[in-house]
Every structure is written in structure tokens, then in C-alpha cells.
Design a protein around this ligand. Structure first.
Ligand code: SAM
Length: 447
């Protein structure tokens, strides 16, 4: 039985009234397990017969498998994601209906679950910035975005006060919070909880939003979410934002049978997912629209100078059509975006020059071109033809960086390593044997 803090129990009784017993009963049930398939390379070994109602890519699983022993997971073919987070997918489907080029910002992005949902909604001229201020969490964000092979996606580590001029069309602030919605899944959320934690999170959320909102353009959308139930962190904050910032609350219509609870206060609304009403943990989400830019930003516009150029011959040789992309050298690595998204990518880099494209083409070493892991993980047509199909055991060997891949002699060259249609990375066949190019930091350790 789950042991919740007394003050939390009291507050939830006050908040939920007659629904409170159902809420506490739900918290005593095992947490559901769910995955979101990658929008283009979605594949997994599990039966997919229990869809998450609000996401066409989301599925509940019967139980919790050892995901790390499934090569599809390492290949970014699906992401293990809490079902309530996927409500963002349904929300974006109703909010974003045209394909005009946009800059999307995920301000608090690590480990990247919701960035993946945003990435699945990008149009051809759009770019996404996944920003995470905590450097230790940025590495897992990079790993997840690279394995997914998301094009036109950038990563950065800026604090919110740096976002001082309007360039973003859509901003997600999935704010750090008291984590009440994670109590069933994560005992640490129970241990850390206190009324003062809720208060301090509320203050931090207000500060983050009031600073970051300066980067949103007039008419742009702010999606605010937390995984808490407290009114302070959720609806009261939404009201505070509309009272103090140029923002207005936007209502969203979700089908009633999904079980979301609509919360309203004066002129603002938000949506809470409770574990006794939906299959999942707790999430709050609301949408706001920016009504005006701040007076000190009005009429300011800078000339955008593109830092991108066409590929040189060596790097271009990786791609079947390198003219579809624009490249920029960052230290020794070539990063790239699609030609269609280059204008928005240049605009982003003018505001946030340290942002780095997740899409790395590779490095030139002498006469050799070393293709990047990203190129293997994306679905971009490339010129390397060699593919080595592995069975489960050998695929797990590969993920452990084994070089014992295929005893039969293959022709020398670069090979994409594949398991049941999911690409896992690169290996190079030389006269001496196989050289495993799976990234060292991401290798499978606890098989
Ligand atoms: N959106 C992520 C996802 O779906 O995978 C989860 C984000 S988590 C709820 C909140 C994130 O905010 C954490 O990664 C945390 O490191 C970051 N964070 C903490 N303090 C912050 C601050 N002062 N400003 C911006 N982000 C902060």
C-alpha cells in the first residue's frame, strides 16, 4: 500500500471531495506501462492491442518488459512514455492545422519525451529547439533525440532569462514541479514532497514563464504543463500568467469519454488528468496565446545571416541527394538541416548561437569520411549500401560494442547494422575484422 504524506492526503480530500477515495484507490494500483511508437520508424515486439485514446502512436502494454534487452528500443523505434504526457499529441493536432514554417521551442526538454511528440508534428519548413538548462540531463536528451533521428531539431542549454527577443511560434514549458503525479510510479516523489516544495516550485514556474515568454512571437502559443495536481502550480499559475503577462487562455475541446477534468477559474482554463479517471499518472496542461510583444521588443528586427552552406564534396558523398540539405561546420563535425528548414534554422541561430543541430553528418579524417550515428538513425537516403542483419543475440552483442559480428567475410566498407528492420548503428569491415562504431557512451552495459 502506498504511504502518502498526511498533508498531501488532506489537501487532495479538500480538492477532490467525493472523488478522493477513488483517487487514493487508483494510487494503490500498479502504474500502467505505455510506449509511443516513433512516427516514421515505429516498431516493437509487443502486441499493440490497447491504444492510448488520445495519441495515434501510443499503446499500453500488459506488463513492463526489460526494454533495454530489446534492440528496437535502442534503435529509437519507440519511446517508453507515460500515457498522460501523450495528451500533448491530441492538443497539437487541434491547435496546429496549417504547415507555415515555425520555430518550436521545448524549454524544459530532458529527457526528451515531449520533444518527440513535438518532433512528430513538425512541418517541412519547421525547426524544433529542445532546450535543457541542467547539463547532466542534456546528455540523455541528446541521446534520445539522436536515436530517434529527428531532422531539423536543435539542442541547447540556455537558462530562461536568455530568451529575450521574440522568435518562437510555439513554446512548450513542461515545468519542473513538485511531481505529485509521479507518486505512484516513483517513491522519490513521495519522499521529496512537502507544502513548501509546492510553494517553491510555483515561484520557480512563474519566474521561468515570465522570462521565457519574451521569446514567443505575438499570436504564438505557449503550452504549459506540470505533473502535479496542486492548484498553485497549475490553474492559479495560469491565472497569474494572464494577469501579469500578455497572454490569454485558450480552451481546447477534448472528447468527454477520454476522462480529462476541465478546470476553470475566472477567464482561464486547463486540463487535469487524474489516475482514477484515465489510465495513467497525473498531468496538467493548458494553452495560452501571446497577445502582444513586450514594448522594448517592438519594431526590432535583425537581418538574418545564414551560417549554412552546401556540402563540400567529401561530406556530400554520404548522401544520395546532398543538395536537399544545408551544412554548417561545428568544430570537426558537420551539422545539417533540410534546405526547406534552413531559413528558420538561421533565424534560431541568430538568437541562440550556441544551439546545435542534432543532425550530424560526420567527420572527415584524412581521405576517410566517418558517417555519424545520426545519419544511421535517421531515414535520410544515403549512399552506403552495405547492411548487416543480425539476430537478437548478435544485435545485443553489437549494442555491447562486440566486434564478433559476422564470421563470414564481408566486403570491406561501412555497414548499417539492422535488427528486424530497425537500424542500430554503424560497423566497419576492414581486412582485420569488424570495427564497432556504436557510440561508446550509449553501449548496452547490463545485459
Ligand atoms: N519535458 C520533459 C519530457 O517530457 O521528457 C520533462 C521535463 S521535466 C518535467 C522539467 C525539466 O526542467 C527538467 O529536465 C529540469 O532539469 C528542467 N529545469 C529545472 N530547473 C529549471 C529552470 N530553472 N529553468 C528551466 N528548466 C529547468
Amino acid at each position: 500500500m502506498i504511504h502518502l504524506p498526511e498533508l498531501f492526503i488532506q489537501r487532495m480530500h479538500d480538492q477532490l471531495g467525493v472523488e478522493a477515495p477513488d483517487f487514493f484507490t487508483a494510487l494503490d494500483q500498479p502504474p500502467p506501462v505505455s510506449i509511443r511508437l516513433h512516427h516514421s520508424k515505429g516498431r516493437c515486439p509487443f502486441p499493440l492491442n490497447m491504444p492510448v485514446p488520445w495519441s495515434k502512436l501510443g499503446y499500453y502494454l500488459e506488463d513492463r518488459p526489460s526494454f533495454h534487452l530489446d534492440p528496437h528500443w535502442h534503435g529509437g523505434a519507440y519511446y517508453v512514455q507515460e500515457a498522460t504526457s501523450m495528451i500533448l499529441d491530441a492538443m497539437l493536432s487541434t491547435l496546429v492545422t496549417d504547415k507555415q514554417p515555425r520555430i518550436w521551442v521545448d524549454l524544459c526538454a530532458a529527457p526528451g519525451g515531449k520533444s518527440g511528440i513535438l518532433a512528430s508534428h513538425l512541418g517541412p519548413g519547421d525547426i524544433l529547439l529542445a532546450n535543457e538548462v541542467v547539463s547532466g540531463r542534456r546528455s540523455v536528451l541528446r541521446e534520445n533525440l539522436t536515436k530517434a533521428g529527428y531532422m531539423n531539431t536543435f539542442i541547447s542549454g540556455y537558462p530562461s532569462h536568455v530568451f529575450d527577443a521574440p522568435f518562437a511560434d510555439i513554446m512548450l514549458i513542461d515545468a519542473p514541479c513538485a511531481g505529485e503525479g509521479m507518486m505512484r510510479k516513483d517513491p522519490e516523489a513521495i519522499r521529496q514532497w512537502s507544502p513548501s516544495l509546492v510553494q517553491s516550485c510555483c515561484g520557480m514556474q512563474r519566474q521561468i514563464v515570465s522570462e521565457a515568454i519574451r521569446a514567443l512571437k505575438e499570436g504564438g502559443l505557449l503550452i504549459y504543463s506540470t505533473c502535479s495536481y496542486s492548484e498553485e502550480e497549475n490553474l492559479s499559475n495560469i491565472l497569474h500568467f494572464t494577469n501579469t503577462l500578455p497572454l490569454q487562455s485558450i480552451a481546447v475541446n477534448f472528447p468527454e469519454d477520454w476522462g480529462l477534468t476541465t478546470l476553470e477559474k475566472q477567464s482561464v482554463s486547463g486540463y487535469q488528468l487524474f489516475p482514477h479517471k484515465v489510465r495513467g499518472e497525473g498531468l496538467f496542461i493548458a494553452v495560452l496565446q501571446k497577445t502582444a510583444v513586450e514594448s522594448d521588443n517592438r519594431g526590432k528586427s535583425k537581418k538574418i545571416i545564414s551560417p549554412f552552406a552546401s556540402a563540400d564534396q567529401m561530406i556530400g558523398s554520404i548522401f544520395k541527394s546532398s543538395n536537399h540539405f544545408q551544412f554548417r561546420k561545428n568544430n570537426v563535425v558537420f551539422q545539417f538541416v533540410t534546405a526547406e528548414a534552413e531559413p528558420k534554422a538561421s533565424e534560431l541561430l541568430m538568437h541562440l548561437p550556441a544551439a546545435e543541430a542534432i543532425a550530424e553528418a560526420g567527420e572527415c579524417k584524412g581521405k576517410d569520411v566517418i558517417p555519424s550515428h545520426f545519419v544511421a538513425m535517421s531515414d535520410i537516403p544515403i549512399t552506403h549500401e552495405g547492411i548487416l542483419d543480425l539476430d537478437l543475440d548478435t544485435a545485443l552483442d553489437y549494442l555491447q560494442r562486440s566486434t564478433n559480428l559476422s564470421p563470414a567475410l564481408e566486403a570491406p566498407g561501412w555497414y548499417l547494422i539492422r535488427y528486424h528492420q530497425t537500424i542500430l548503428g554503424w560497423a566497419k569491415r576492414t581486412q582485420q575484422g569488424w570495427k564497432n562504431h556504436y557510440p561508446m557512451a550509449w553501449r548496452l552495459r547490463n545485459r
